[in-house]
Design a protein around this ligand. Structure first.
Ligand code: UDP
Length: 310
């Protein structure tokens, strides 16, 4: 019997890679997206496939799904800081009401459920690297709080459905990820820097650029998510690349790889911008036998080529 996979946010950056993965595994895929930040062009090549169904729907509203569902991957949410600042209420709603609705479907169908959580649950962390046992340092009333707290609530309700309703749930804490299908106007550091560099426009480094991030290529992330879904683990799992660098180093690397004449300019640092971020991936290594394979240069070259062609 073919497995049926429901993917919320399936037209988004990561969601659309997951749709491709499960279509490639001959599953039936139901992709739900209200397209506020997702793009139909990410999945347009799948629309003709008889195993693929697209539903334009806001998962924060009740949803009716006909027939059996085996896996639910809840990826719907604005995920770029500029998006969750533009859609603060929708971000809070999809993390809370949207997660509740998606869990409700999991309960009705007795489906396995995987929540897309985030390294933002660690906030502006006081320990580096961050392991799953760290409780985080989040400003709940700051502008980023709408995303961080929605995801923290999403984790809490997911664990409650696991404990109370005995749903087989998984929580992936996704660290900064990049690659094909990111939008040019996404607003995050890598798409901004690549599109600025390709157009010989100034590279906008926020603050001094000494804040750090650790960037994971999308194919590595997708592999980690699939392994987590198939594992017996129910507690949160970091998936990310521990290769930590400053944002200034990232900007210089993108200028080098694009052979751009762009110069670096500095803009104001957004409120509560985390100063450091690096995943401890010991748990994923041990339990999932997973670790990233694609190094930054290789991943950036693929992403730059995608931006050139898009
Ligand atoms: N950033 C930057 N210039 C940009 C976009 C982002 O300097 O044009 C910085 C941002 O302030 C943060 C880091 O790059 O310190 C990563 O930002 P991003 O939006 O990619 O994701 P975050 O990790 O903050 O969620």
């Amino acid at each position: 019997m073919k497995k049926t996979v429901l993917i919320t946010g399936g037209a988004g950056f990561i969601g659309s890679h997951l749709c491709e993965l499960f279509i490639g595994k001959s599953c039936k895929v139901i992709c739900v997206d209200n397209l506020i930040t997702g793009k139909l062009s990410n999945i347009s090549h799948l629309l003709k496939n008889k195993n693929f169904q697209f539903m334009k729907h806001n998962i924060s509203e009740h949803i009716n799904i006909k027939g059996p569902v085996d896996y639910i991957l809840h990826f719907a949410s604005p995920a770029s800081p500029i998006d969750y600042l533009k859609f603060p209420i929708q971000t809070l709603k999809v993390g809370s009401l949207g997660t509740h609705n998606a869990l409700g479907v999991a309960k009705a169908k007795r489906a396995k459920f995987l929540l897309a959580s985030t390294s933002e649950v660690y906030g502006d962390p006081l320990v580096n690297p961050q392991s799953e046992s760290y409780w985080g340092h989040v400003n709940c009333i700051g502008p980023r709080g709408v995303y961080d707290e929605a995801k923290r609530f999403a984790e809490a309700i997911t664990m409650a459905y696991h404990r109370y309703h005995k749903i087989n749930t998984k929580i992936v804490r996704i660290f900064n990820t990049y690659g094909e299908k990111m939008r040019e106007e996404d607003g995050r550091a890598i798409p901004n820097f690549i599109s600025q560099a390709l157009n010989d426009k100034p590279i906008t480094v926020y603050g001094r650029g000494d804040q750090t991030r650790s960037f994971c290529y999308v194919s590595d992330l997708i592999d980690g998510i699939y392994r987590l879904l198939m594992s017996a683990e129910n507690y949160p799992m970091n998936i990310g690349n521990p290769n930590e660098m400053t944002i200034l180093e990232l900007a210089k690397e993108i200028i080098r790889l694009t052979d751009s004449s762009s110069r670096i300019i500095h803009k104001g640092l957004p409120t509560d911008d985390p100063k450091v971020r690096r995943p401890n991936i010991s748990k994923a290594k041990k339990i999932l036998k997973w670790q990233p394979k694609v190094d930054l240069e290789e991943g950036l070259i693929s992403t730059i080529n995608y931006f050139k062609s898009a």
